[in-house]
Design a protein around this ligand. Structure first.
Ligand code: C2O
Ligand code: CU
Length: 548
């Protein structure tokens, strides 16, 4: 196995990803950042220098489990102190499993400033073996599609709005980007002179194909808010991978993808080669107010936009259409890793929107999450137990009689930075229960992401989860392993994982604004097995023996 070394300088620069100039967080001057490409078993070493001048930084390697290196997870407040302006931190970790992953900033709402990219881990083929011996499908070439939503407002403007009384919601994105490019209609630009339709930075991306060949499209979504539907005009896609795991192949016209998810789909370039086709990304699950994000599938090699209208995707509010895709995503028959038959512990988490001192928040079982000033990993390892709330957060909620279709009867909640301590090696079930928001007749999709693990997706439902009834319907035969999963409007999602990765791990809604408003929890497991922590992750709170 090799060591792949990268040196990254993170700085703000003026960029025009959708033709509108915006201060963007870049890596070596680029947004999206460079693609990390490694082979299974390699060590990836990224030396990150924070040149943001006045802003802290942390970078999370989303989907990489960090076995033996929990301090390299890149989650500010959980696994490390932030990298201060002018400072450097080297992340080093092993990419132990092939698949499609991503990285992104994990400090405040920094991700939405443009700091993200794709991680591709390819199969380590035995010497002399053909690549497709190692994977349950074959293709001639591959393309990467990084999907995102984009606001012209600064990250600070968005974050301050969320924290204000009354809350100023971020609103729908101005543009949808594909590989960091979109096209805003310059005649609608808020500030005259900031939109340049001929900037090469907003050229529509082109994906070249050769007639007759099969392509693997690796698709990743780093959206701050939007659930997306991705379609390639005139071409069916066969879904073969989700979050780094092979799935039982299924064919779709378009694919729903939530923030934090990755998929691989195969497409065959078997359509009329005398024209080009649209790639389209559309908002689903929220009433769209953002134009379709587009790119061009080019048979001829030219960048001519097709004369057709880009696909507009399924009806945005067709929950069952998206629910069916979730249910259809199961493990590939040759790659089933059966889950343990039962759990040692079940945590039932009611997701609600709440009010705390007139602030709008999100809470789990009535507790809205806040990050401590001293990262848990350091605090737990050193026994600095006065640095966060020692009361464990609630395991369940009063589900009997709770009407998930009505706004919460009591919208109050509390805040806490307490965490869930898991017995090392135990099997944990988490059931995420969605509900109505503060306003009537509203429930959103929440993509939940677990750090440090993959989990088995045991089941989905719409309505209230009943612990006495629904576990009987769990899929224990061929559930897919994922690291991010959707909880559909008014629905529930049940997942299972083994607490066997020593460290402290965030579990949160991947909608940046929701995590910012408290929609997350943290697990600790096997802290005494964590090797001694590198001093580079220290420097804040009580990590240096100082005072808070
Ligand atoms: Cu991709 Cu904690 O996030
Ligand atoms: Cu959410």
């Amino acid at each position: 196995a090799a060591t792949r070394r990268y040196e990254w300088e993170v700085s703000y620069q003026f960029k025009s990803p959708d033709c509108v100039r915006k201060l963007s967080a870049t890596i070596n001057g680029q947004t999206p950042g460079p693609t990390i490409r490694a082979t299974q078993g390699d060590t990836v070493e990224v030396k990150v220098r924070n040149s943001l001048l006045t802003e802290n930084l942390a970078i999370h390697w989303h989907g990489i489990r960090q076995i033996g290196t929990p301090w390299a997870d890149g989650t500010e407040g959980v696994t490390q102190c932030p990298i201060l302006p002018g400072d450097t931190l080297t992340y080093a970790f092993v990419v132990d499993r092939p698949g499609t992953y991503m990285y992104h900033a994990h400090y405040g709402m920094q991700r939405s400033a443009g700091l993200y990219g794709v991680v591709v881990v390819v199969v380590a083929a035995a010497p002399g073996a053909k690549a497709d011996d190692a994977e349950p499908f074959a293709y001639d070439d591959e393309h990467h599609v990084l999907l995102n939503d984009w606001w012209h407002n600064s990250t600070y403007e968005l974050a301050v709005g969320l924290a204000s009384v009354p809350m100023v919601w971020v609103g729908e994105p101005h543009s949808l980007l594909i590989n960091g490019r979109g096209r805003f209609n310059c005649s609608a630009a808020a500030v005259p002179g900031t939109c340049n339709a001929t900037s090469p930075e907003c050229d529509t991306p082109v994906f070249a194909v050769v007639p007759g060949q099969t392509y693997r499209f690796r698709i990743a979504s780093v959206t701050s808010l939007s659930a997306l539907n991705f379609e390639i005009e005139g071409h069916e896609m066969t879904v073969v991978e989700a979050d780094g795991h092979y799935v039982k192949p299924f064919v779709v016209k378009n694919i729903n993808i939530y923030s934090g998810e990755t998929y691989s789909v195969l497409i065959k370039a078997d359509q009329d080669p005398n024209r080009n086709y649209w790639l389209a990304s559309n908002v689903v699950s929220r009433q769209p107010a953002t134009p379709t994000g587009t790119a061009i599938l080019s048979y001829s090699g030219d960048r001519a936009p097709p004369s057709t209208t880009p696909p507009t995707g399924p009806a945005w509010n067709d929950t069952m259409y998206r629910f069916q895709q979730s249910v259809a995503t199961v493990a590939h028959p040759a790659y089933v890793e059966p889950p343990p038959p039962r759990a040692d512990r079940t945590i039932l988490l009611l997701n609600t929107q709440n009010k705390i001192d007139a602030h709008t928040k999100w809470a789990l079982n009535g507790v809205s999450f806040t990050l401590p000033h001293t990262p848990y990993l350091v605090a737990m390892k050193r026994g600095l137990l006065d640095t966060f709330d020692q009361r464990p957060p609630p395991e369940t909620y009063a589900y009997q009689g709770y009407d998930v279709y009505a706004p919460p009867q009591n919208p109050n909640a509390t805040t806490s930075d307490g965490l869930y301590r898991l017995r090392f090696g135990s099997v944990v079930d988490v059931v995420l229960q969605n509900a109505n928001m503060l306003a009537p007749n509203k429930s959103e999709t929440h993509p939940w992401h677990l750090h440090g693990h993959d989990f088995w997706v045991l089941g989905y439902g719409i309505g209230r989860f009943d612990p006495a009834v629904h576990p009987a319907s769990y899929n224990l035969k061929d559930p897919v392993l994922k690291n991010t999963v959707a909880v559909h409007p008014y629905g529930w999602t049940a997942l299972r994982f083994k607490a066997d990765n020593p460290g402290v791990w965030a579990f949160h809604c991947h909608i940046e604004a929701h995590f910012f408003m408290g929609m997350g929890i943290v697990f600790e497991e096997g802290i005494q097995r964590v090797a001694s922590l590198p001093p580079e992750i220290m420097g804040c709170g009580e990590t240096n023996g100082g005072h808070r």
